[in-house]
Design a protein around this ligand. Structure first.
Ligand SMILES: Nc1ncnc2c1ncn2[C@@H]1O[C@H](COP(=O)(O)OP(=O)(O)O)[C@@H](O)[C@H]1O
Ligand SMILES: Nc1ncnc2c1ncn2[C@H]1C[C@H](O)[C@@H](COP(=O)(O)O)O1
Length: 204
């Protein structure tokens, strides 16, 4: 079983990944953030570092998915390779922060890579409004994220909405984060676990 949690920056993916992994006794798989050699530079100059960062994330996410497929273990994955291409890279190109030739080059690598991978059994989209995202980003307090602009988050949210509307690769569960406090309220977490169980019932 492979469950992936997707959503904008600060939506609560890591928190939910940790809680669900503990609940099911499954392996949590996180994204390359703290040891990422480009992320801090990217936030100080997006145009200069956008392509380098996208290639780094693409490679690290591909390595992770191959590990998932090879091991056959039950995993909960924090963010997917699809978000790199359909949300972040596309948005950087739209905003003029990645050149068209770099974007086309990136897309061609992404298309090649994704022809070798299987989508998750269940995709959980954590949907959150910009004020919730800002609140969570501030609470988390990563220095280099302190200058993230509201319009950047809002454009990413628009990309998520468009992508999720057309998502047909597998089962999908949408969780409205604004109305659920799963980090502090066990009843909310219990409701999420019930929703997941309804979705994955019969997949084992
Ligand atoms: N349901 C929640 N209630 C309260 N705080 C939350 C909740 N989910 C996440 N947070 C807080 O928001 C911040 C960002 O959450 P995180 O899980 O790291 O988001 P993401 O991985 O989506 O970027 C963290 O400080 C976390 O403790
Ligand atoms: N593909 C990406 N492009 C740009 N930035 C990205 C990408 N994937 C992740 N990020 C950033 C967003 C956050 O600052 C950190 C960690 O993501 P989070 O949503 O907080 O788990 O990396």
């Amino acid at each position: 079983m492979h469950i992936a949690i997707v959503g904008n920056i600060g939506a609560g993916k890591t928190t939910l990944t940790e809680l669900l992994a503990k609940n099911y006794g499954w392996e949590p798989l996180f994204e390359a953030v703290d040891n990422n050699p480009y992320l801090e530079d990217f936030y100080s100059d997006m145009k200069r570092w956008s392509f380098n960062l996208q290639i780094y994330f693409l490679n690290s996410r591909y390595r992770q998915i191959i590990e998932i497929q090879k091991s056959g273990r039950n995993v909960i994955q924090d963010r997917t390779i699809y978000e790199d291409a359909y949300i972040f890279a596309e948005n950087l190109h739209d905003m003029g922060l990645m050149t068209t030739r770099d974007y086309q080059n990136y897309q061609s690598i992404f298309d090649n890579i994704t022809s070798f991978i299987k989508p998750p059994d269940l995709l959980i989209y954590l949907k959150a409004s910009v004020p919730t995202l800002v609140n969570n980003i501030q609470r988390r307090g990563r220095e280099y994220e302190s200058g993230i602009r509201l319009d950047y988050l809002s454009k990413l949210n628009e990309k998520y909405e468009k992508w999720i509307k057309g998502y047909k690769l597998g089962k999908l569960l949408i969780i409205d984060k604004d109305n659920l406090d799963f980090a502090n309220n066990p009843e909310d977490l219990g409701n999420i676990v019930q929703m997941i169980e309804r979705e994955i019932h019969g997949l084992f």
